[in-house]
Design a protein around this ligand. Sequence first.
Ligand code: FEO
Length: 163
Amino acid sequence: MLSEKIKKALNDQIEKEGYAAQLYLAMASWTETKGYDGISDWFYAQHMEEIEHMLKIIKYVNERGSHAIVPKIEQPPKEFDGIKQIFEAALEHEQMVTHSINDIVGLCLEEKDYSTHNWIQWFVDEQLEEESSVNAILDKLEMLGDKNIYIFDRDIMKMRGEE
Ligand code: FEO
């Protein structure tokens, strides 16, 4: 059985992963309407990953004899300012999620919940990977400049293979 504090933190994290899924879906939809098919595919794939993150936590909470609550999720923005700005927003969001995962790691130690501490290491690694992949995209965008965005759009899905 999870402690009340861990249960609450994990249920809050379910909501954060759910919001991340919605946010990336909104980004996928917006970029698709602007004709950026590659970037849009990248965000659709990211959306699916966030759904998996959310499910992973739901399953874990229930396996530990607690009850994972399916949250109401806030509507993400409908419009974005541009391609560079959208990835900056994605990075900012991932940094917030990393912070939140780190807080849970700290809470696990406080509560002496070593099983959850062990289990959540997967998310610690995943956050490192997610932040570094968005950072790599921002570096590439910087290198290519606005005029070459179509090359970036064509190649972005190959970057997933490099992760
Ligand atoms: Fe599940 Fe991208 O944080």
